[in-house]
Design a protein around this ligand. Structure first.
Ligand code: B12
Length: 575
């Protein structure tokens, strides 16, 4: 956006050598076009962005500052605007918020990416704090207020915090009370904060149940009509919220797929509340006919057609070990760039723009962030892992005490669901059964990036460095995944099954190896409560990881898995 479109597209044509030929003749040569475009222009004749901005009338300049995320010279511009007699409130509402509205529209059309949206929000935040000392009490009339909380038992806060950033920098007051909040704390926060709306967030499947209970509690206490409720988070679906929950809740409840939908809902709710003409809430998603609930069916424990008598790898040792101080260079090779750039940093752009965004924005930021993170000592990668003798019994995997072998003394066990269709797969089928003369081997691992990185990201959020916050948080979670991927490859190597590994990183990230790594909470083994046995087996406290009552790992940037060597083991959905 800051480089004129023509210059940008010709520069890209040059980088990617997009010459066009007709037979032998080159009919389009980006190099020639590039030279022609800049003929006679020297670096001193090119105006700086500050100069370009300075030429705009002050009102347009304020709008552009927000859109371009340009902080330099902001204080002077705000003084100039006030010098013209504009009140702080008018500066905010008529110009700065106009800029933020445009930012939202650009984002909605895929023409602006999340890091730049956050950069604009940073300028907005700074402008408001510079204007605040000049505001009269009456000036501070707000557009509306929302309480934000991640529900009981759930530690995820990035989604809720992004909502906080977008809403608070679009003129709404936010009361962000944090993670793991009970309904009592939510109600107290809403009463105390005098909010208009309650926003709840949650990424766990369990959180969707908690949200339902919270709505029931609001109803029982006669508070259903007091606050409209907006719900968001990965495990929710629009139809669950807008048909199932809305059907049971006498008040208003809506689903927001992202922060901008949250903003649109706030605009609609507040518009209605203030009686703005034409303000309406989007209609609820149509109620679908409910699927027939499965009557309690007998549990199917019959083994599937997975081959049983495959040759077994040999465990390098029995029991568990701890490895600390793992070097970034070892696991960064397995960083899933696409998941980082698109999934975490929102560098999705329009169709076909991924490579450009990755080259121009993603990779340079990634390099500098990795350098900073490494030199500041906030990466403390550690692993607890181990190998255990085992056998399957129906849908259970029995873990044996390695010290008592050859006697088969059970240490603990895991229960896995079986598919009701397709191949009727169940994780237990990938292991020798109790009838086998030999015992099988299973590996587990639990990896963590430590707690310092979480503290560093929180500090960025607290100090309103939104873009840095998003980027460091995103990097931290993808490094956790990379560490898990790296340790899985070490385990394959130690088991002697790494020889079939693909040499391409993209293929490795797509399970291009023998066996599989299943994490509790994912579709092949959704029951999170079995993290308990895993954490005990690996004695995870040794690497500073503990499990909360709601089966969440602390520190947040941690993940666990059961590692299966069977060649037929791949991801599947047991539901
Ligand atoms: C990255 C990731 C991780 C990372 C980091 C997790 C973290 N702490 O942030 C790591 C690798 C560490 C991880 C680990 C685990 N994860 Co994980 N993870 C994810 C993943 C892929 C993306 C989450 C994310 O960062 N999203 C980006 C943020 C910005 O999005 P968001 O929070 O959804 O918020 C946006 C919207 O939803 C919306 N929104 C959210 N809230 C609200 C509220 C309001 C009011 C509004 C308006 C809008 C709104 O707006 C936000 C911004 O636009 C999700 C899958 C997914 N698609 O979401 C699984 C997921 C959350 N993980 C899952 C699981 C199971 C785990 C583990 C338990 C696996 C394991 N056994 O180790 C562990 C647990 C970790 C722990 N500490 O306990 C499950 C949870 C489901 C469940 N079974 O309960 C998910 C859903 C994957 C799945 N099964 O499909 N995970």
């Amino acid at each position: 956006m800051k480089i004129p479109d023509e210059q940008r597209s010709i520069a890209l044509d040059l980088i990617y050598d997009r010459r066009i030929f007709e037979g032998e003749n080159c009919i389009y040569d980006p190099l020639q076009r590039f030279l022609a475009l800049f003929e006679g222009i020297t670096s001193s004749s090119r105006k700086s962005r500050a100069e370009e901005l300075a030429e705009l009338p002050i009102k347009d300049r304020l709008v552009r500052r927000i859109i371009e995320g340009e902080k330099k010279g902001l204080a002077e511009d705000l003084d100039e605007a006030r010098g013209f007699g504009l009140t702080p409130l008018s500066i905010i509402n008529d110009y700065l918020l106009t800029g933020m509205k445009e930012v939202g529209e650009l984002f909605g059309r895929g023409e602006m990416q999340l890091p730049f949206v956050l950069q604009s929000a940073e300028v907005m935040k700074m402008a408001v704090s510079l204007l605040e000392p000049h505001m009269e009490k009456v000036d501070t009339q707000e557009r509306g207020a929302i309480l934000l909380a991640t529900v009981k038992g759930d530690v995820h806060d990035i989604g809720k915090n992004l909502v906080d950033i977008i809403l608070s920098n679009n003129g709404y007051r936010t009361v962000n009370i944090g993670i793991k909040q009970t309904i009592n704390q939510i109600i107290e926060g809403a009463e105390g904060g005098k909010v208009d709306v309650i926003g709840m967030s949650g990424l766990l499947v369990k959180s969707t149940v908690i949200m339902r209970e919270n709505l029931q509690e609001l109803t029982t206490r006669g508070l259903a009509d007091k606050w409209p409720v907006i719900l968001g988070g990965a495990a929710l679906t629009r139809s669950y919220v807008e048909s199932d929950l809305a059907g049971e809740f006498p008040g208003t409840v809506r689903y927001a797929k992202d922060a901008f939908e949250g903003l649109a809902l706030m605009d609609a709710i507040m518009g209605q509340k203030r009686g703005f003409p034409g303000a309406t809430l989007p209609p609820l998603k149509e109620r679908r006919t409910r699927r027939a609930v499965n009557e309690a069916m007998p549990i199917d424990t019959k083994r599937s057609d997975v081959a049983e008598n495959i040759p077994l790898p040999k465990a390098p040792f029995w029991g568990s070990r701890v490895i600390k101080g793992i070097q970034l260079a070892d696991y960064v090779k397995l960083l899933d760039e696409r998941a980082l750039f698109v999934g975490q940093w929102g560098l999705s752009g329009k169709r076909g723009e991924y490579e450009e965004l990755a080259n121009e924005v993603g990779r340079p930021r990634l390099r500098s962030l990795l350098n900073q993170a490494q030199s500041s000592g906030i990466l403390n990668a550690a692993v607890a892992y181990g190998y255990f003798p085992c056998f399957s019994d129906g849908n259970r995997l029995i873990i044996l005490d390695p010290e008592k072998l050859p006697h088969r003394i059970e240490l603990t066990s895991f229960d896995f669901p079986r598919q009701r269709r397709d191949r009727r797969l169940c994780i237990a089928d990938f292991f020798r059964s109790s009838d086998s003369e030999v015992v099988d081997v299973v590996a587990f691992h639990l990896v963590t990036m430590g707690s310092e990185i979480g503290k560093a990201t929180s500090e960025l959020f607290e100090s309103n460095q939104y873009r840095d916050y998003l980027e460091l948080h995103g990097l931290s979670v993808q490094l956790t995944e990379a560490l898990a991927e790296y340790w899985h490859s070490r385990i394959r190597e130690e088991l002697g099954i790494g020889t079939t590994d693909s040499h391409e990183i993209e293929e490795i990230l797509d399970q291009g190896y023998r066996g599989s790594r299943y994490s509790f909470g994912y579709p092949a083994c959704p029951d999170l409560s079995q993290q308990v046995q895993l954490v005990q087996l690996l004695d995870a406290e040794r690497i500073g990881v503990s499990l909360s009552e709601e089966f969440q790992l602390h520190p947040e940037q941690s993940t666990s898995a059961i590692i299966v060597h069977h060649p037929e083991a791949k991801y599947f959905n047991a539901n």
